[in-house]
Design a protein around this ligand. Sequence first.
Ligand SMILES: C[S@@+](CC[C@H](N)C(=O)[O-])C[C@H]1O[C@@H](n2cnc3c(N)ncnc32)[C@H](O)[C@@H]1O
Length: 287
Amino acid sequence: MKLLQALVYQECGMHFDSRRTHFLQDRLLRRLKECRMDSFYSYYRLLVSQEGKAELAKLVENLTVNETSFFRNQAQLDLFHKHILDGLLRQKQDSRDFSLRMWSAGCSTGQEPYTMAMLVADALSYHILRNPTGHAMTLPKPLVPPPWKVEILASDINYTVLRIAQEGIYNELQMASVDYNYRLRHFDKVGDRYAVKKALKELVYFDFHNLKTEYLPQRNDVIFCRNVMMYFDEAEQKRLVEKFYRCLNPGGFLLIGHAESLMGLSEKFNMIYRGNGTAYQRIEVKE
Ligand SMILES: C[S@@+](CC[C@H](N)C(=O)[O-])C[C@H]1O[C@@H](n2cnc3c(N)ncnc32)[C@H](O)[C@@H]1O
C-alpha cells in the first residue's frame, strides 16, 4: 500500500491521508480484481513495468474525484464576471490587445469551462456595447465579435471526463443550476438532454494535462483551478501554485476552490475579496 501510495503521489500529486486511505484501498482492490491479481505487491510491479503504463493511467482515473457543476460557487463567479473580466477587458482594449486566454485546470466533465465561456461572452458583449471598437458587426452577432479573440483551455488528467466534456451533453439534473436565459442562448434540447451550442463550444478546447508535470500552458490571463489542490499535500500545493504563477501573464488571476486557500503556500499573490467571492492576483516580484 505504501509503495502504491508513493507511486500515485509521484505520478499525479494525489495524496491519501488517513481519512482517505480507505478510498484508496477500495479502488486498488477493484483494479486488482480487474487485472486478476492477488497481491498489492504484484500490482505495484505491474505498474512500474513498461507494460504497466496503461494500467497506471487507469488507476489514476479511478482515483480522481470528478464532482462538478455549472455555475459552481456563484459568489466567486460574480467576482470573476463583474470585477475581473470587466477590468481585464478595459485594460486589454486600452493596450490594443484583443485576446483573452483562460485555463480551467482540472475541468472534469466540462461544466466549469462552459460556465466560464458563458460569462466571458456576456461580459464581452456588455463591454463592446459601452466601448465600441468601430469594427463592422456581422449578423447573426458572433459570441466573440472581432477583433476580440477568446481561448479557454480546459484540461484534466482523466480521459473519460475529457471525452464527456468535449461531447458537451448534460441531463436535467446536471442542468439544475443553469437558468433559463442561459439554457435558451447556449444549449439545444436533444431528447431529454441539453447539448452545448456550437458557438459556445468553439470557445473551449480540451486537452490532457497532468498538473504534476513541469510543462504547463503559459500566458494565461486567468486560471481556474478549483477543488483540485485539495487532493494534494502541502508540498505539492506549493509547487503547483509556483507553476501557476509562471503560467499567468503579469497581473493575471488565479481562482481556486471555496475550501482552498493560498495562505501559507505563496506570497506572490494578492487576495481579492468581494461579496463573499475570493480570487488571487499575481504580484510582480523580482525573481
Ligand atoms: C473535484 S473535480 C473539480 C472540477 C471543477 N474544477 C470544479 O471545481 O467543479 C477535480 C478534477 O481534478 C482532476 N485532477 C486531479 N488530479 C489532477 C492532476 N494531477 N492533473 C490534472 N487534473 C487533475 C480530476 O480528474 C478531477 O476531474
